[in-house]
Design a protein around this ligand. Structure first.
Ligand code: CP
Length: 315
């Protein structure tokens, strides 16, 4: 029998702000247990749906994989072929899935904090896992990032972590700066300085990437969100210049400490944030992050099933 850590039990799992450092560590330990083969027995057939109103490959697919590994029945939803096309709202879509029998849903939407209205609605009872809200939170990505760092170093206290790139548009940056600080790591920022706005200043200082690479345990790069930049500024962006000034070039990678790692939530703009060949180099944990994402989402879903009394046993 595998050792079970303090089980986390949440009605919904939507924002890092709701999680204490202890909760995050419990999620990390349970994620490791799932990676080592932990299983759950469900109290009855349980139904899940993944309602992605914004595009996704990793988060959507790994929630689905997590649900299948837990033995949940997964209901299909294709927004491009749904009644959204007839003007149905996101809220009514969620309530429709609840009425049809979904117990838990993972949702991604372009609206920041879309989940607040749902959680406050007395007619919504199903469990909501946030798969990303606008430029707000990306809790499941943040937990899988923390799991990947913990797997590597075995602690957070005193680690130096640089978050580099498109801070303004990044829900990953916001979730991670909060949780890393809570866990005792030191956070630094880099990338175009105009993207280092007031929100980031209380979490860590901005430095040019050349002053950071030799001192960091973790270099965490963020995707340049061309779609959001274009909407903001009619986009004048040079990929070549960005890579040269702010990206992980071969020369910068050579200056990273032996033990240090490279992370990126992906999708990666190869040759922009990170030189193409470095995406899969020895220091890169980018595909490990994706692998860990399945187990973290198993832990997230299990916490909501526990809350609802739907977990019969764990072993
Ligand atoms: N990292 C991430 O959220 O990727 P997707 O947009 O493909 O889900």
């Amino acid at each position: 029998m595998m050792q079970i850590t303090k089980p986390v039990s949440f009605e919904n799992v939507v924002s890092m702000e709701d999680l204490s450092a202890e909760d995050v560590m419990s999620f990390i330990h349970e994620t490791i247990e799932f990676k080592q083969g932990k299983q759950v027995e469900l109290a009855r057939p349980v139904y899940a749906a993944n309602l992605f109103f914004e595009s996704s490959t990793r988060t959507h697919t790994s929630f689905e994989m997590a649900e299948r590994k837990l033995g949940l029945q997964v209901l299909n939803f294709d927004p491009s072929n749904s009644s959204l096309k007839k003007g149905e709202s996101m809220g009514d879509t969620v309530k429709t899935f609840q009425a049809i029998g979904a117990d838990v849903v993972a949702i991604r939407d372009k609206k920041n904090e879309y989940y607040k209205d749902l959680i406050e609605d007395p007619n919504v009872h199903l469990g909501i896992a946030n798969g990303g809200d606008g430029s707000g939170q990306h809790l499941s990505q943040s937990l899988l990032d923390m799991m990947t760092i913990y797997e590597e170093f075995g602690h957070f206290e005193g680690l130096n972590v640089a978050i580099v790139g498109d801070l303004t548009h990044s829900r990953v940056a916001r979730s991670n700066m909060e949780v890393l600080t809570k866990l005792g790591a030191h956070v630094f920022f880099s990338g175009p300085k105009e993207w280092y706005t007031e929100d980031f200043q209380k979490y860590g200082e901005w430095m040019p990437i050349d002053d950071l690479v030799s001192r960091m345990d973790v270099m965490m790069f963020l995707r340049v969100q061309h779609e959001r930049i274009a909407a903001d500024k009619n986009g004048s962006f040079s990929a070549e210049r960005y890579h040269k000034v702010y990206g992980l070039t071969h020369a910068r990678e050579q200056r990273m400490p032996e033990h240090s790692i490279i992370m990126h939530p992906a999708p990666v703009n190869r040759g922009v944030e990170i030189a193409d060949e470095l995406v899969e180099c020895d220091k890169s944990r980018i595909f490990r992050q994706m692998e860990n994402g399945v187990f973290v989402r198993m832990a997230i879903m299990t916490s909501m099933l526990r809350y609802r009394g739907l977990v019969k046993s764990e072993y």
